[in-house]
Design a protein around this ligand. Structure first.
Ligand code: CA
Ligand code: CA
Length: 170
């Protein structure tokens, strides 16, 4: 029996990936996510950090497509997402962390304006808002990410939390 709360969480994860809201996940959504993060931090696409973010977004898309795009049409439908991505990623959260890490690493580098390899709560909140979260959700998520409450969020925390969020425990 699948709970409606579970269905709701799946729908929210799908919407998170479907950045342009056209009903399927494709490469454009990952490019849009990269563009939104760069724009939020006034970072040029042609800068080193910008290029790294686009490369990470492409790797993330390729990884997701490899897991979920069963008919190979370069689109992940909601059905493919539920039956492919969610199930397989839940079975193997390390795999998800692996495909998402280059993008998250690059996004953290964009947000990390003082170069200490961590992001502040506010920088993290701005990344999440750029990716489409509402202000309250983003602020709560940033606080929750800071597990050791030092006010800074590092790559390990980001990757682990992101994997936990998108692998949707039942
Ligand atoms: Ca889309
Ligand atoms: Ca497909």
């Amino acid at each position: 029996m699948v709970s409606s709360e579970y269905e709701h969480r799946i729908a929210a994860r799908f919407a998170g990936f479907d950045q342009d809201g056209n009903g399927y996940i494709d490469r454009e959504d990952f490019n849009a996510a990269a563009k939104a993060v760069l724009s939020a931090f006034d970072t040029a696409a042609r800068s080193d950090k910008g290029q790294a973010l686009y490369i990470g977004a492409e790797a993330f898309w390729q990884g997701m497509a490899g897991i979920a795009d069963r008919d190979g049409d370069q689109r992940i439908t909601r059905e493919e997402f539920v039956s492919g991505a969610v199930k397989r990623l839940r079975d193997n959260p390390e795999r998800f962390a692996e495909i998402a890490r280059p993008f998250l690493h690059a996004a953290l580098a964009v947000a990390d304006t003082d170069g200490d390899r961590t992001a502040t709560l506010d920088e993290t909140r701005r990344v999440l808002v750029a990716l489409g979260a509402d202000e309250d959700t983003a602020a709560a998520a940033a606080t929750a990410l800071d597990a050791d409450t030092d006010g800074r969020i590092g790559e390990t925390e980001v990757v682990a939390a992101f994997a936990r969020y998108f692998t949707v425990p039942e």
